[in-house]
Design a binder for this molecule. Structure first.
Ligand SMILES: Nc1nc2c(c(=O)[nH]1)N[C@H]1C(S)=C(S)[C@@H](COP(=O)(O)O)O[C@H]1N2
Ligand SMILES: [Mo]
Length: 429
């Protein structure tokens, strides 16, 4: 399935004209601006099963999202499992419509084998390293010694959207659903670090969890990441012991996990057992080499980048997801109301726009403030569908530094940070 989708994509990338000849059986032609005309368009309409009212804006070589999705999501419901050892599963966008993502719909990204014992009663968190006052804390002590808070916080995997990279990037082929915004209850990471009294010279945290390496080697961690101390001290980071008012799901890190919103999900250690403070950038598993790193400067797709030219990913980029309606929707109405969420790493989303005509024109959506810092922001807009036929609705968010989502993927070798527009198909029948 995936390989078929990729082959269509690479075909388009290599040669839009011959790709369309293959798809539509004829040589299409484009006007001066590169928009699809004539026979190609007729073939495309047959394939989509309807006319395309905004055909004048449809660029030659653009793969209609309705065709791409049919292959990727066929026969799936609930979470789509990408991998079972380790377990990796994502959530289709239309199941992420809730303001607070239900526990059952929170994606799962495991790098190793989850611990067998997730018993809250005997759990112990160690805080040590470069601190004057090392701590060993039970979950009950965390609850009694520190202020307990609940926050809606976005966790997004750094590799969300990797499946759309061309040339492809190795790793889990996440499409759109390695993101969630659950309500997390816990204590502030900053409060706990302060209680341990960091020494001068601390620059980075290091996180450890109780899961084991796929090789079975007890001396190896599947993942152990950290963040600069300034990010760690942000008051939105939690050491969490509840998800959505109930226990944390076993696959989401029960009974204790970090939630470090706005940065790649990998910073949010699950099954948390230890945080230690260091006087250098942490060099644990998945901190080095090309893991969670991107080239320091933009590179052309397919470029071989030497390892020393990579840098650690910090905040995730601005992004939006259309969660209603689901792609492929058919309607008899002349208008359609769409909604979704937008988020922007360490920033706020200032504006969300939607387009019904392949990005030729954009309409501003209503965009709510987040309920708390690092929660995603609801947007909603009603668009006209002037005639019967095939439409795509595209969404584009802009953050408070005026940075918008790009149309094209900012390619990098490991397939991180894909924040290109989310596109859904809608047909007026
Ligand atoms: N201990 C541990 N923590 C971990 C991981 C892991 O494999 N082991 N995966 C990380 C990655 S890469 C992501 S994206 C998030 C995913 O959180 P979730 O599985 O609860 O959705 O957890 C992070 N924390
Ligand atoms: Mo991740």
């Amino acid at each position: 399935m995936g390989s078929k989708r990729q082959s269509i994509q690479s075909f388009f990338a290599e040669n839009g004209v011959s790709a369309e000849r293959l798809l539509y059986g004829r040589v299409p032609h484009a006007d001066r601006r590169g928009f699809l005309k004539g026979a190609g368009l007729a073939g495309l309409s047959v394939l989509l099963g309807s006319a395309i009212p905004f055909q004048r804006s449809l660029p030659l070589g653009l793969i209609p999202v309705a065709l791409a999705d049919a292959e990727v999501m066929a026969g799936k419901d609930g979470l789509s499992v990408l991998n079972d050892r380790p377990v990796n599963a994502e959530t289709p966008p239309h199941l992420l419509d809730d303001e607070v993502t239900p526990t059952a719909r929170h994606f799962i990204r495991n790098n190793g084998i989850p611990p067998e014992n997730m018993d809250a009663a005997g759990w112990e968190l160690t805080v040590d390293g470069l601190v004057k006052n090392p701590l060993k804390l039970s979950i009950d002590q965390l609850k009694s010694d520190f202020e307990v808070v609940t926050q809606n916080l976005v966790i997004e995997c750094g590799g969300n959207g990797r499946a759309f990279f061309e040339p492809p990037a190795r790793g889990n082929q996440w499409t759109l659903g390695a993101v969630a915004c659950s309500a997390w209850t816990g204590v502030r990471l900053a409060d706990v670090l302060r209680a341990a009294s960091p020494k001068g010279g601390v620059i980075y945290t290091a996180h450890e969890g109780a899961d084991s390496h796929l090789s079975g080697d007890p001396g190896k961690f599947p993942i152990s990441r950290g963040v600069p101390i300034a990010k760690a001290m942000n008051s939105s980071n939690l050491i969490a012991f509840e998800q959505n008012g109930g226990p944390i799901h076993p696959m989401n890190g029960a009974p204790l996990r970090l939630v470090v919103p706005g940065w790649p999900g990998s910073c949010s250690q699950k099954w948390l057992t230890r945080i230690w403070l260091r006087d250098r950038v942490h060099d644990g598993a998945k901190m080095t080499g090309t893991s969670y790193r991107v080239p320091k400067h933009p590179v052309a797709p397919g470029t071989r980048v030497p390892e020393e030219d990579f840098e650690i990913i910090q905040a995730m980029p601005v992004k939006s997801l259309i969660t209603f309606p689901s792609t492929g929707t058919k309607t008899e109405l002349e208008t359609i109301t769409v909604r979704g969420h937008a988020w922007a790493g360490d920033r706020l989303v200032n504006r969300v726009e939607v387009s019904r005509d392949f990005g030729a024109t954009w309409q501003e959506a209503r965009c709510d403030d987040p309920v708390n810092p690092y929660a995603w922001q609801r947007f909603e807009a009603t668009l006209g569908l002037p005639e019967k036929g095939y439409y795509e609705i595209w969404a584009r968010a802009t953050d408070d530094a005026s940075i918008s989502q790009p149309f094209a993927i900012d390619w990098n070798p490991k397939g991180y940070l894909n924040n290109s527009y989310h596109r859904i198909s809608v047909t007026r029948v």
